[in-house]
Ligand binder design. Structure first.
Ligand code: GDP
Ligand code: IMO
Ligand code: MG
Length: 431
């Protein structure tokens, strides 16, 4: 029996983690978001009704699972309250028995967002293309031990005292980069209402999840971003500022590594990336444009067009190793219908002539690397909404078989539309 599943993106984000988390949450007692913040945009569609979640775990649309925001998430209180309101409009009242936020979770303050924007401006051509959600500066404060935690945020005196200390230095930096300083008194006063709204959700989440696992209940861990955006293992410096990989889920929540776990690597049937940085299999021509149109490849958080390209097996082999992936959830196979035969990157030729079948981010630093492609047969039949492997066109099944055998891991799930129900489940993941 599997007691816990980590759902992790194994490309550059937006693989469809939200859809897969929502689907599996049906059987989970708790769904934990363990890193990232409002930079994430996780789309969930249930019988045609769509919602994009940024900070609340994608289990919220199932009416029983406890959704947990762990201490290594960075929470933007304003957008979190807006998210709670949009769930209310959707028909879901988020009570404290459905949502628990760690008292140690760090808070994204307006000056973090200001710094994020100023830093990007100052980078000129070397911009990372961040989401502008204040993620980097908030994690800097977390590791610099100068952050604002939820326990401070929900207590007006402690919040003011913390801001008076940390803003001395932060305001110097803001001014150095050409921005307006923040007034601690004004800022603390502006946050009182938000603190009151969020206080009922603050709990010791490590204990909560530990107790669920200890009593044999099932827990899902939902990552944000993707492996190649990981601060240590991604395409640095074009990365986000957190550990996005699966093994990080447990220490980041504050529990030991549980037994009986699975790691589900979510992967699009092609590749996309938002923001700057290396992307060896990118197609800036007609094929990339057709993928963007067919797949609706525009960011769920910023609306930016996503860069699109071919499936990259060497990059996936690396991500499978880094995460300890036990099975794949392949999404958006429906997007490939009618696109003709499909180029798939099998290996890379490095600048020194060496051919490698597994990518390492360091190979991307020189930019001197050439993808070696193979062509797999395409198919014209529509597959939107298909719910069994047998109904897929033979070439689509072959595509999946080739992918699984090239990567050495089984395909546990295939997704054929944004909707929760349009999914092929090849195994009982909790079985
Ligand atoms: P996440 O950040 O990994 O949760 O992914 P996003 O929600 O940012 O982006 C994935 C997009 O693809 C969303 O618009 C989803 O609704 C959509 N999507 C997910 N699975 C499928 C699928 O199998 N087919 C199609 N056509 N769209 C999908
Ligand atoms: P989900 O969870 C795709 C990218 C940004 C930028 C880089 C750093 O929806 O998959 P940041 O704002 O984090 O400092 O930006 O990371 N990025 C994402 N790209 N999906 C995401 O989240 C992302 N979150 C951040 O575009 O390149
Ligand atoms: Mg997304």
């Amino acid at each position: 029996m599997t007691s816990n599943i980590v759902i992790v993106g194994i490309q550059w984000g937006d693989e469809g983690k939200g859809k897969i988390t929502d689907l599996l949450a049906k059987d989970a007692a708790a769904v934990v978001r363990y890193q990232g913040g409002a930079n994430a945009g996780h789309t969930v569609v249930v019988r045609g009704k769509k919602i994009v979640l940024h900070q609340i775990p994608s289990g919220m649309l199932n009416d029983h699972s406890l959704c947990v925001i762990g201490p290594a998430v960075v929470v933007d209180p304003q957008t979190l309250v807006e998210e709670l309101e949009s769930l209310r409009d959707y028909g879901i009242e988020v009570t404290p028995d459905r949502l628990a936020i760690s008292s140690s979770t760090h808070v994204v303050m307006p000056y973090h967002k200001r710094l994020d924007a100023l830093r990007e401006q100052s980078r000129g051509k070397e911009k990372i293309g961040t989401t502008g959600r204040g993620i980097g500066p908030t994690y800097e404060d977390l590791f610099g031990r100068t952050g604002v935690r939820m326990s401070d945020f929900c207590n007006p005196e402690r919040l003011l005292a913390t801001l008076q200390k940390v803003l001395v230095e932060r305001n110097h930096l803001i001014q150095l980069l050409g921005g307006e300083p923040c007034d601690p008194n004004e800022l603390a006063a502006n946050m009182v209402d938000l603190g009151k709204k969020l206080a009922p959700y603050i709990r010791d989440v490590g204990t909560l999840v530990h107790e669920k696992l200890a009593s044999g209940q099932k827990v899902l861990f939902e990552s944000a971003q993707g492996t190649l955006l990981d601060i240590l293992h991604g395409t640095y410096p074009f990365v986000t500022s957190s550990l996005t990989t699966a093994p990080a889920a447990f220490p980041m929540l504050g529990i030991g590594i549980p037994d009986n776990r699975r790691v589900l690597g979510v992967v699009k049937a092609y590749t996309t990336r938002v923001g700057a940085g290396p992307f060896p299999t990118e197609d800036v021509g007609d094929f990339g444009k057709r993928l963007r149109d067919a797949g609706g490849e525009y960011g769920a958080t910023t609306g930016r067009p996503r860069r699109c390209g071919y499936l990259d097996l060497p990059a996936l082999r690396y991500a499978i190793r880094v995460n300890g992936v036990t099975g794949l959830a392949v999404t958006k196979i429906d997007v490939l219908s009618g696109l003709g035969d499909l180029k798939v990157c099998q290996s890379y030729k490095l600048g020194n002539g060496q051919v490698v079948s597994t990518l390492l981010p360091e190979y991307l630093e020189s930019g001197d690397l050439e993808p070696i492609y193979e062509t797999w047969k395409g198919w014209d039949e529509e597959t939107v909404g298909v719910r069994s492997l047998a109904e897929l066109p033979a070439n689509a099944r072959k595509f999946l078989e080739l992918m699984s055998s090239a990567l050495g891991v089984p395909i546990d799930i295939v997704s054929t539309s944004p909707d929760r129900d349009d999914t092929i489940l090849n195994v009982d993941l909790w079985g």
